[in-house]
Design a protein around this ligand. Structure first.
Ligand SMILES: Nc1nc2c(ncn2[C@@H]2O[C@H](COP(=O)(O)OP(=O)(O)OP(=O)(O)O)[C@@H](O)[C@H]2O)c(=O)[nH]1
Ligand SMILES: [Mg+2]
Length: 359
């Protein structure tokens, strides 16, 4: 899964990106032009707990690839230029950083701080980007249609694209569309921005922690759109947090009245919007968090671990993390009757600890 961090210049994107990286000490995978990207480990307290219990040789986190885009300093350049359109299609979701902090020494491209304006402008620009993309695509399809023998498929595609185009033209965004399987496949090949989940992360300064939740609630009312989630975060604090050890982190968060690092929350939200969930495998060698789509069966999940496990699947031994935590050991789980044997059609739940029995 690939997540892009986007937004206006000086909104805090790189500060955010750096704290993600620092937390996990992962390395830059590549620095392509102005965009750097890295694989980051998804923080998960459940995995931390399991690692404490099993003391394995290896602890393997779920990962996400995150890329940090640079905002264009020229206000005349549209938010999404051609360069952006060529990379956008490789991403599964975007995190839009919106500036909510005042700092006279750091310029805002529009001179004033106005969170609502910036979100609105972004959504309008995104809609225009999608409209112009669809317009070109539909034009090309008309040409293809004249040449091609397999007209049926192309006509189907054209129908879908026209439907999306009309929706945008009427002033709506595509975020709330329920996609059919066919549309989902089509969407994968395109860089339509308003079809991808969006996390809007408002970057507040440390002195507005207490007022931020009211502002966020208001924004959530105003931009109540399916597949968009609006979250507060505090880039500067997060960055400082990412430089501290566990104990210092606790103390620091208590001082600021924070319950959970915003990074964990943001990544969890991203997971939810992408329809992802985690299951765990545990043992002396390795404790590991695996990422799967919600609605996957035990057999499909086994296939994520190893394709052989899919073919040769017999049963899954399953304990939910919450039950395990109460019991403390598998033996106790069996005693309490929360240790289950599930067949190939069992729908895996977020937080399941699984052991796959196979041939
Ligand atoms: N006071 C204050 N400064 C911040 C905060 N977040 C970021 N900054 C500062 O704002 C400046 C710009 O932050 P960046 O994270 O580099 O911004 P960016 O969005 O990556 O900007 P571009 O890459 O140029 O598009 C830096 O000097 C940060 O230290 C904040 O919450 N409060
Ligand atoms: Mg930057």
């Amino acid at each position: 899964m690939k997540i892009g961090i986007i937004g206006l210049p000086y909104s805090g994107k790189t500060t955010f990106y750096k704290s993600l990286k620092a937390v996990d000490q992962s390395e830059d995978k590549q620095a392509r032009g102005k965009t750097s990207s890295s694989i980051i480990k998804v923080p998960d307290e459940r995995l931390d707990y399991l690692t404490q219990v099993f003391n394995p040789k290896r602890k393997v986190h779920a990962t996400l690839e995150v890329a940090d885009f640079m905002g264009d300093k020229d206000p005349e350049i549209p938010t999404f230029n051609n360069k952006f359109s060529t990379v956008a299609k490789n991403f599964d979701a975007f995190i839009l950083i919106v500036r909510g902090f005042e700092d006279p020494t750091i310029p805002h491209i529009k001179a004033t701080i106005d969170i609502e304006r910036d979100i609105k402008t972004f959504l309008e620009d995104a809609a225009l980007f999608d409209l112009s993309f669809l317009e070109k695509r539909i034009e090309n399809i008309e040409k293809e249609l004249n040449r091609s023998k397999n007209k049926e498929q192309i006509i189907k595609t054209r129908e879908i694209l026209r439907k999306w185009y009309e929706k945008l033209l009427s002033g709506s965004l595509l975020f709330d569309l329920e996609l059919t399987k066919e549309e989902l496949l089509l969407q994968k090949n395109y860089q339509l921005l308003t079809l991808k989940p969006l996390i809007i992360a408002v970057n507040f300064s440390e002195d507005s922690i207490s007022s931020s939740s009211l502002i966020i609630n208001n924004l959530r009312e105003k931009f109540k759109i399916k597949n968009i989630s609006i979250e507060p975060f505090f880039a500067k604090i997060e960055y400082e947090l990412s430089q501290l050890n566990e104990e210092e982190t606790k103390e620091f968060m208590e001082n600021f009245g924070l319950e959970e690092p915003a990074l964990s929350r943001l990544l969890r939200t991203t997971y939810e919007l992408l329809g992802l969930q985690s299951f765990f495998t545990v043992g002396e060698d390795e404790c590991r968090a695996w990422t799967i789509k919600k609605g996957m069966t035990a057999q499909e999940a086994a296939g994520v671990i190893h394709s052989d496990f899919y073919q040769k699947f017999i049963r899954a031994e399953v304990v939910h993390f919450d039950d395990f935590k109460v019991c403390g050991s598998f033996a106790k789980c069996k005693e309490k009757g929360v240790f289950r044997l599930e067949g190939k059609d069992y729908l895996v739940q977020d937080g399941d600890i699984m052991h796959i029995r196979h041939n």
